[in-house]
Design a protein around this ligand. Sequence first.
Ligand code: HEC
Ligand code: HEC
Length: 300
Amino acid sequence: MRILLTPVIAACALAAAGCARPATPGPLIPATTTMTTAWQIPQDPTTDPALTDPKLGEQIKWGYRIFVNTPDEAPRFTGGSVACVNCHLNAGQRERALPLVGISGMFPEFNNRAARLISLPDRVVDCFLRSENATGRGVDDLPSTGSKEVLAVTAYLSWLSRGYPVGANPAWRNKNAIAADRQIPVATLDAAAGATVYADRCASCHGPEGQGVQIGDKKAGPLWGDRSWNDGAGAARVYTLAGIIRYSMPYLSPGSLTDEEAQQVAAFITSKPRPVYPFKSRDYPGSTVPIDAVYYRRAE
Ligand code: HEC
Ligand code: HEC
């Protein structure tokens, strides 16, 4: 016992922050970003020499390319100019920016909006339909769980989960949320106050009209209008959008907004027009539409 414990105690004595801190950094880019970490992809299948299986490897790599460049790589299912990576920063590998590492073992999972269990491919279909506004290209060729683009993206996400246990919720999952006791009633949020936050903290990159500005090889996405996500997306809900913004924006100083500022700016963004998801009436069967799903409520 003594022999086994001694190195552990010695290591703890050396670690300035104490034993609670893991000895190795986690798998994610820290939420507090810098101009260097903004471009880092800890797990990049296109440069991973271990990925030698020709058939599966090609799919994982294509899934990654779809994820980081959705409009060009999956044009038939992309109705705007937003890529998965716009919201899931660093290809889904940044803390507090909707990270997707290690999540696949949590599916199938109950989904309130669908009122049933959904699989990971089901989830990816929903992302295409809503966040990527696939329905904006018409409803004749919609993504399904058998679509090759959906399978490739699922292959990338499953690859990001290799080695993680089934059924264990990663500690970093679902952290982009405004705590229930900090939520300001939707009816008292003030889009005009949000417009002020927007002008001060967001417009330099997202543009005065919210359509995004090219910054080197990165383009801040359109936050509203025809090229944005549709009104059936999670990011079209006030608290969900506030949770993204609160911890991942402004891009170079994430975490610097207050809970209130994040909610006001989300109220401003969701006061704007965006593409209409044509199947909203099929969502939330048998339950009440959430209070922050403001486009659903306006359509009622
Ligand atoms: C406009 C922002 C946005 C875009 C673009 C986007 N997502 Fe998401 N995604 C979200 C939000 C917000 C959630 C959290 C759940 C929700 O909808 O309330 C989420 C959740 C997910 C989840 C479930 C994560 C979990 O832990 O259960 C997966 C998987 C996912 N997205 C994949 C994708 C893929 C693949 C794409 C591109 C095809 C994509 N997303 C594009 C905002 C976005
Ligand atoms: C320094 C530039 C910068 C500032 C300031 C900034 N953003 Fe962003 N934002 C970006 C970039 C770049 C992306 C896309 C990231 C990527 O593709 O890797 C992004 C992505 C987003 C997204 C995901 C969806 C999309 O369309 O890209 C939202 C939502 C968002 N920003 C909201 C905001 C809000 C609200 C503010 C102000 C509080 C803000 N941002 C301030 C650069 C910025």
